[in-house]
Design a protein around this ligand. Structure first.
Ligand SMILES: CC(=O)N[C@@H](CCC[C@H](N)C(=O)O)C(=O)O
Length: 371
């Protein structure tokens, strides 16, 4: 049986689901896994995730490969014939390709096992609230805990046929940010009788940016982004409440704590100035992705032996990945896979080229076979 990877990617692309809601995705993946499973395969479910154990010929260790499986709350605007069927949900971060590549590599390992055992980890909720840490801590994962683990992420900026990584820091520390403002609403014509939360929240967004530009050492990389702002109900009423949703990123864990403490102070000031109440929730926090230098070198050597894949040195990025939580406990690495899209990650028009699937399977299987 040969899996039709292009069809699988398109099927998965049509059913994006948010973190820990990936029920259709899980069912679909289990169907494909059961089509290719043989006697050397064991399967476990953990919440909406899946673990697949492929037994090796004479194992001395367990090699792990992780694929994340959730989509984003984004309304797709690609006009593709296989665009999302779930309105307001999109695989805008390439997890449809990540899953497909894992299935493709799994099929090859099942057909032609290596000496060592290989564990494929289909992990929920990477975009939020973070599936890696609870999955890692689960009994199911701990029983099959790999000795090394690796993963890939699509890169719209890189051409097809390219992979890229680096030893050490690859992705940033992250913290989500949800801020709720509560004041007093009222008629648009009587601002003096209200506490306007649209004005308070707007000013807060502007002030927030000065935490990084004026509060932190410019040599330490950090960024705060507010991606969503909500307030009010109608054009001629003053908003009683407002909500900001965003994320904090930093190349070192200490800066995240420093930003949070400065942000808490700023909030207190705003509560006094705007005579309102402000509450913050820091949501999910992901640990930085730190690549093991030995495994990155092994991957680089493997790729450099291939005619049709080029290895490029990566730079660290402010992207977050809960795979960092896995790498904190298990040595391994992550690499970028070029998919050549003119629209970037988290863009409603992201359109990865499907030729990248074959390259991804080739890179992953070659790394697995190098053990
Ligand atoms: C690869 C990627 O894009 N990852 C996400 C991780 C999001 C973490 C969390 N929801 C946050 O926003 O802090 C990213 O946005 O970098």
């Amino acid at each position: 049986m040969m899996l039709n990877l292009q069809q699988i990617r398109r099927d998965l692309h049509q059913i994006p689901e948010l973190g820990f809601q990936e029920l259709k995705t899980q069912t679909y993946l289990l169907e494909r896994i059961n089509e290719i499973a043989k006697d050397n395969v064991e399967i476990k479910q953990w919440k909406t995730g899946i673990l697949v154990y492929v037994h090796g010929k004479s194992p001395t260790r367990k090699i792990g490969f992780r694929a994340d499986i959730d989509g984003l709350p984004i309304l797709e605007q690609t006009n593709l014939p296989y665009a999302s069927l779930h309105e307001g949900r999109m695989h805008a971060c390439g997890h449809d390709l990540h899953m497909t590549i894992a299935l493709g590599a799994m099929e090859k390992v099942i057909q032609d096992p290596i000496d060592d055992d290989v564990i494929f980890v289909f992990q929920p909720a990477e975009e939020g609230p973070g599936g890696a840490r609870p999955m890692l801590e689960s009994e199911e994962f701990q029983q099959w805990k790999p000795d090394m683990i690796f993963a890939l992420h699509i890169s719209p900026e890189l051409p097809i046929g390219t992979v890229s990584s680096k030893p050490g820091l690859l992705f940033a520390n992250t913290s989500e940010l949800f801020i709720d403002f509560e004041g007093v609403g009222g008629h648009a014509a009587y601002p003096h009788l209200t506490k306007d939360m649209t004005v308070a929240a707007s000013n807060f967004v502007v002030q927030l940016q000065q935490i990084v530009s004026r509060g932190l050492n410019p040599l330490d990389g950090s960024v705060i982004t507010i991606g969503k702002m909500e307030s009010g109900y109608v054009q001629n009423a003053i908003a009683e409440t407002a909500r900001l949703e965003g994320t904090i990123r930093s190349t070192d864990a200490e800066s995240i704590d420093m930003i949070k403490s400065k942000l808490n102070r700023l909030m207190k000031g705003f509560e006094i100035s705007y005579d309102c109440s402000i509450k913050v929730d820091y949501g999910a926090n992901y640990y930085q992705v730190v690549n093991n230098a030995t495994y990155v070198q092994q991957f680089k050597d493997v790729i450099n032996q291939k005619q049709n894949i080029a290895y490029q040195q990566a730079s660290a990025a402010m992207t977050g990945e809960d795979f960092g939580d896995m790498l904190k406990e298990i040595p391994g690495f992550m690499f970028w896979l070029g998919v050549d899209s003119s629209y970037g990650l988290h863009n409603a028009r992201l359109n990865p080229k499907e030729e990248a699937i074959g390259v991804g399977v080739n890179a992953v299987i070659s790394m697995i076979q190098s053990f």
